[in-house]
Design a protein around this ligand. Sequence first.
Ligand SMILES: CC(C)(COP(=O)(O)OP(=O)(O)OC[C@H]1O[C@@H](n2cnc3c(N)ncnc32)[C@H](O)[C@@H]1OP(=O)(O)O)[C@@H](O)C(=O)NCCC(=O)NCCS
Length: 419
Amino acid sequence: MSDIRVGLAADADRYRASDDLVWFQEVLPHPSELMLTGLRPDQRFAAEIDGADEATYPGIYGVYPLRLALAGGDGTPRQVPCAGLTWVGVHPDHRRRGVLSAMLRHHFEQVHAEPGTHVSALHASEPAIYGRHGYGLASLELEVKLSRGTTLTAPGLDEAAAEITTRMVTITEGDVPQRMLACHRDTAEAGAVVGALDYYERICLELPEHVRGKESWRVLFARRDGRDVGFAMFRREDKWEHARPAGELDVLAVFGEPAARLTLLRRLVDFDLVGTVKVRTVGSEDPVLAWAGGPRSTAAVETYDSLWVRLVDLPEALMARSWSAPCDVVVEVVDSAAPWNQGRWRIHADDSGAAEVERTDADADLQLGVQALGAAYLGGSNLLGLARAGLVTEARAGAARALWQALRADVAPSAAIGF
Ligand SMILES: CC(C)(COP(=O)(O)OP(=O)(O)OC[C@H]1O[C@@H](n2cnc3c(N)ncnc32)[C@H](O)[C@@H]1OP(=O)(O)O)[C@@H](O)C(=O)NCCC(=O)NCCS
């Protein structure tokens, strides 16, 4: 709608009041700037409409500058800049009138104008919202419940794991954000998002209301040769059943190379007074299920959507990734929210793992919405499967298979930490 204007949100109190209204959680008695830790003033945006309530904005959104780890041709992930869309909310009085659409249009224009950043990514509150705005579901995450004492078997990693020690600290200890950042940046697997320092400062911000009746969040660091090679964030909740200890240990995420993750998980399933260990942010092909002996060796496994990815600058985004096989395919892309992507593109990947992506007048081999390319961007969402499901249209038989073979990664993308 033409009367919606989107720009910088200069008023932190109004921004924060909008968020409180949208999410209807307890309003905490802390200054707005504290509540907005990690969200930089120049990354807070709002929609304005004449005559709207002045205590809140009609709509808000924010951006965390992140790095997205993509599968590299030689197996080493490469990290590319990524705009992490967050703090999205529209005042209940102004919903279903195009405020989100206007804010996303603004976001795509901002990202498109920013040198070096070609993709936007998010975690969705509801799965039906973002597909129509060009985001594709690029990775899945599991929540795995393990019983205390679960045996994690990995003979090929035992030697490496034996060289790793673990040490528990409280999340509020001085240098934890710096250590988290350095370790996450150095060990991120494809599919992960890595934040800047203020992102980890936000994670480590502990307000009294976050604790209430529970212990502080802890960080378990895995160390080898005096260096952090992994970490897990967790906390325990005291619980007793029939006079027996049945505490619950909630693990937000486990990061690091596989031997470090194995060592961390072995320690996490071995805490006294705990009955179950809930491990979140587990990638769909994470080894934890294999270590535990398969899904039925766990107490429960649930699957959720993890990262939604949107190609904002389609050719640059596609050229920034590695390609697994040669391909030469013309795609006809539908993208009404970022019209500069609309139309036909020739994707020509060669043996070296690089691709050229350029405009063409040639006949299309495949017709797809930009969200299908976002879904396949991390190499995890099967484009051929989408074609079989009728969500991508093949004009030339075999084109979906050829493009998918070039896009696919060896291992499904890891789950991305929440933001
Ligand atoms: C989700 C939300 C931001 C949508 O804002 P909005 O201004 O009402 O959205 P728009 O009017 O721009 O809608 C754009 C399109 O998305 C659709 N849409 C909006 N919200 C939707 C939802 N929750 N589920 C499914 N579709 C939705 C609209 O129907 C519309 O479709 P159309 O283009 O086919 O007509 C708003 O409802 C909200 O603040 N919800 C609570 C907080 C939240 O979930 N935020 C998202 C955090 S990830």
